[in-house]
Design a protein around this ligand. Sequence first.
Ligand code: NAP
Length: 252
Amino acid sequence: MNQISSSQKVVLIGASSGIGLELARIYIAAGCVVGLAARRTAPLLTLKQLAPQRVFVKELDVTSDGATEALAELVQEMGGMDLYLHVAGIGKQNRTLQAGIERDTFRTNVLGFGQMVGWAYRYFAAQGGGHLAAISSIAGTKGLGAAPAYSATKRFQNTYLQALAQQARMEGHPICFTDIRPGFVDTPLLSGAQKYPLMMPADKVARTIARAIAQKRRVIIIDWRYAIITFFWRLIPNALWERMVIRTKAKS
Ligand SMILES: NC(=O)c1ccc[n+]([C@@H]2O[C@H](COP(=O)([O-])OP(=O)(O)OC[C@H]3O[C@@H](n4cnc5c(N)ncnc54)[C@H](OP(=O)(O)O)[C@@H]3O)[C@@H](O)[C@H]2O)c1
């Protein structure tokens, strides 16, 4: 297994809960300089206690106008950035297509994602290299009727990262890209009335992600069971997919 380089400066956006919080623990334990950001700073300040000299915290809402300025400040306080890891995201089932849920999901997963990842790309291009990683989802594989905005925005993230990877090559920027696509992970994002199959623990998923990033994987589906499932999803003709019923069950 490739080791995490302790000399790295790692920025984690969306580190206050779930997968991001577990990733923060991993990079702090590995000895990296770590910059943590999210809207809730209390969990980030608790993480800072683990290594106060090399953990930096910033309150940041990826959807806000000042988000990239806050990221720039964080990177300056850290003395630079080698790895940008975008974890921040929201997602809800929305079978009644509530407008507010759709709008908030678009704002966070498209607008917020785009402006943060765009800043990181330009930073690495100017610096002459870096690693840009983001957690999208297997939900981007096909349009999911139970979560239209979530699945569409995750597909947007897959495509955007692919476009940036091609642009970086065309422009001669040595930037490495990792698109991380987990299946269901046991985090607050999935708390609610639904029961999800093949649920994975967040700490285990975070370890797999850190390993994939150290190995500089371009795309990783987590775990192998979801790799098989999405392989078959891709083979299903769209006309048939649109007739299929894909639903989670209510918790009993
Ligand atoms: N759980 C799953 O099954 C699953 C599966 C595939 C992919 N994913 C993806 O994995 C990522 C992490 O999700 P999770 O499951 O760990 O969920 P989570 O526990 O709800 O964590 C989401 C993180 O994103 C941050 N965030 C949300 N909106 C933000 C905003 N506007 N500005 C800044 N930070 C924001 C949250 O921090 P604050 O609320 O403090 O701002 C939190 O740290 C998401 O992109 C999600 O789509 C999750």
